[in-house]
Design a protein. Structure first.
Length: 319
């Protein structure tokens, strides 16, 4: 989507999503809150990417070049940066592990790239929407069986089929329903409340566990339903924030939403630096103080990195 024609509530949704990613890395994935967040927070980004996709806007070569510049180049840069940082700051030899996985949360970037390129190819090769949708749904179940039979691929490539489902649903919602939120304030409140309650009930009465990074999608029907419920609820609250009057919250979420690539790439590295270097110095402090200092440390460095990259090195993120 053109940066000059952005839809505000989508940026807010991305902002909330990236904050949920950070929270997910600060708590146990097996905790109730962790399970709640993981049901939909990563599917959200593929869904939004699908909403913004338009196969008629570019030729394949232009689209490929554009996505390499916007995704692969940043991925290579942040991979080198994080490996060097881990080597010289924390004494970890992450370069030795690049043969099968990328550092930190960078797994997401090539998966998004592949999902976008493959979806473009599918759109060009399969013109019939029914056949195309059937093929995408089949990919979703193929991803489930890959995990069921313990078929693992390097760089989280087994997540591509499932990611394409969320990407495809986003695309078709835009195509047949539209990207603008026309539901109204009151109905958005009802949808948000219903979504939260529904996910809580799903978590209470099922054993849903979701993690796209490792293609953990053990109950595909329940997982997909729960993910789309969560995405719907998050979109509702995003729309409410976009039309609301609490500007400090809206502006912060917009800031995060417009800088998700940088935040996604480096926040976990800064958290790990804090835990490696600072935690031993304040290990006897109260947990609330420790967690507060961790967030201040991480957000300070993240915001500085965003400012530096946008002002001096915008080419790193394809601008």
């Amino acid at each position: 989507m053109n940066s000059n024609n952005r839809i505000e509530y989508l940026d807010i949704a991305k902002g909330i999503g990236i904050i949920l990613v950070i929270i997910g890395h600060c708590i146990s994935m097996k905790s109730y809150m962790g399970r709640f967040i993981y049901t939909f927070h990563m599917p959200l980004f593929f869904f939004i990417a699908g909403l913004c996709f338009n196969e008629t806007r570019y030729t394949f070569s232009i689209f490929l070049t554009k996505r390499i510049r916007q995704l692969i180049v940043p991925c290579i840069f942040f991979t080198l940066l994080l490996c060097l940082g881990a080597e010289y700051i924390m004494g970890k030899h992450d370069f030795m592990n690049l043969d099968n996985h990328l550092p930190s949360t960078l797994w997401f970037i090539p998966i998004l790239f592949l999902a976008e390129i493959l979806f473009y190819v599918v759109c060009k090769l399969i013109k019939n929407d029914i056949i195309r949708i059937t093929f995408i749904v089949s990919l979703g179940f193929a991803g489930y069986y890959l995990k069921k039979y313990n078929i693992d691929l390097p760089y989280s490539l087994t997540a591509v089929p499932v990611s394409m489902v969320f990407y495809g649903v986003g695309y078709y919602i835009k195509k047949y329903i539209g990207i603008e939120n026309k539901i109204g304030k009151k109905n958005n409140i009802y949808i948000f409340i219903l979504s939260v309650v529904s996910i809580i009930l799903f978590l209470q009465f099922t054993k849903i566990r979701t993690d796209l990074h490792y293609n953990i999608f053990f109950h595909p029907i329940e997982n997909y339903i729960c993910a789309f419920i969560g995405i719907g609820g998050l979109f509702s609250i995003s729309h409410l924030i976009s039309i609301g009057s609490i500007n400090i919250i809206k502006n912060f979420l917009l800031y995060c939403g417009k800088n998700t690539l940088v935040i996604m790439s480096i926040h976990l590295f800064y958290l790990n630096v804090y835990r490696h270097l600072i935690r031993p110095l304040i290990k006897n402090m109260e947990m609330l103080f420790y967690n507060s200092m961790e967030q201040i440390f991480m957000w300070t460095l993240v915001c500085f990195s965003i400012w530096l990259i946008n002002r001096k090195f915008a080419w790193i993120i394809g601008k």
